[in-house]
Design a protein around this ligand. Structure first.
Ligand SMILES: [Mn+2]
Length: 330
């Protein structure tokens, strides 16, 4: 299942709730959802953005369209840095609301959504909501978020992946600078990856280097996970942060300096081990790299979209496009 479209909504005041509703309708439209499903997506975006505003003191929503040949899903990630929900089970009970709003409540949201997951604590709350056909089971779960430089329409970071029973290959690309030309470079990297996704990570990067010569250039990394063999193979050029986390600790995956499409040093693959409890995290320099998942109790057990959302929420630099991709065993 591929992310085909993303909308980012900062939630700062009551007008943000309307914006969340409009952008969720755009996403539903792009997915070709009927009126009933579009209404459900809009209701969930409205209610979750209102919760972010009223209970979280503001925050943000990332709304994505995900599609494959026979599956379509709208995903809403609502994030705030409020004091958290004291009692999630209680909050799921209809009629319960700490701020006395006329909202539908989380119990109703749970019935409407095809998936709902809440991660809440002293750092704030992340709510994951989906509407649509559930994903077909796969040995690895992947989720990514790419959001533009604040105020920009185009996102200069982009990610994609290819999944087969033996391997999953992931690309994260950050076009130089930001705005339309950066987005064009990142999208060229994605398009070129799709043509070469069956190759090894180093070979894919070489092809990207050639394809990006007609653009302003990008930094990028490709990781290939083979769960059956217990390996992850990585190749990167430029500043994309990559690490494999496990209960034993965290390993950084090494990128060489350079810019694809301009100057690259040697493209080199590094192999490391992968196990059922490994988590791969890739992110662009739009995120600070000083995060530590273990400072969030229980986070590493969560859906990769929740992990990505927490990192984006808490470690985003304000003056760049930002992207994060998380892969872990399903
Ligand atoms: Mn950047």
């Amino acid at each position: 299942m591929e992310v085909t479209s993303t909308e980012w909504v900062p939630v700062t005041d009551e007008s943000s709730v309307g914006e969340a509703r409009r952008k969720s309708q755009l996403i539903a439209q792009r997915l070709g959802f009927d009126e009933v499903r579009s209404g459900e997506v809009a209701l969930l975006a409205t209610e979750s953005s209102r919760n972010v505003l009223l209970h979280g003191g503001g925050g943000q929503l990332v709304i994505s369209a995900m599609a494959s040949e026979d599956h379509r899903v709208a995903r809403i990630l609502a994030m705030d840095r409020g004091t958290g929900i004291a009692n999630v089970t209680h909050a799921m009970t209809d009629g319960y609301s700490t701020s006395g709003t006329m909202g539908v409540g989380m119990g109703t949201m749970q019935r409407i959504a095809s998936a709902l997951e809440v991660f809440t604590g002293r750092h704030g709350t992340v709510v994951l909501l989906e509407v649509g056909e559930p994903e077909k089971p796969s040995p690895l779960h992947i989720a990514g978020l790419a959001v533009p430089y604040p105020g920009e329409r185009f996102c200069g970071d982009a990610w994609t992946f290819h999944d087969s029973p033996e391997r999953m290959v992931v690309l994260l690309a950050d076009g130089l600078g930001h705005g339309r030309d950066a987005a064009e470079a990142a999208q060229e990297a994605v398009a070129s990856f799709r043509k070469r996704q069956d190759l090894a990570p180093g070979q894919i990067l070489s092809c990207l280097h050639d394809a990006l010569k007609k653009t302003r250039g990008a930094v990028a990394a490709v990781a290939e996970i083979r769960p059956g063999e217990g390996t992850v193979t990585f190749a990167g050029i430029g500043n994309i942060s990559a690490s494999v986390l496990s209960p034993e600790g965290s390993r950084s995956l090494v990128s060489h300096n350079g810019t694809l499409g301009m100057v690259t040093s040697r493209i080199q693959e590094f192999k490391s081990s992968w196990s059922r409890d490994s988590i791969l995290v890739l992110h662009s320099d739009g995120l600070q790299s000083r995060w530590d998942l273990s400072s969030y109790a229980g986070l590493s057990c969560r859906h990769p979209a929740i992990i990505g959302a927490v990192l984006l929420r808490d470690f985003r630099r304000q003056r760049d496009d930002a992207s994060v991709v998380v892969v872990k065993a399903a």
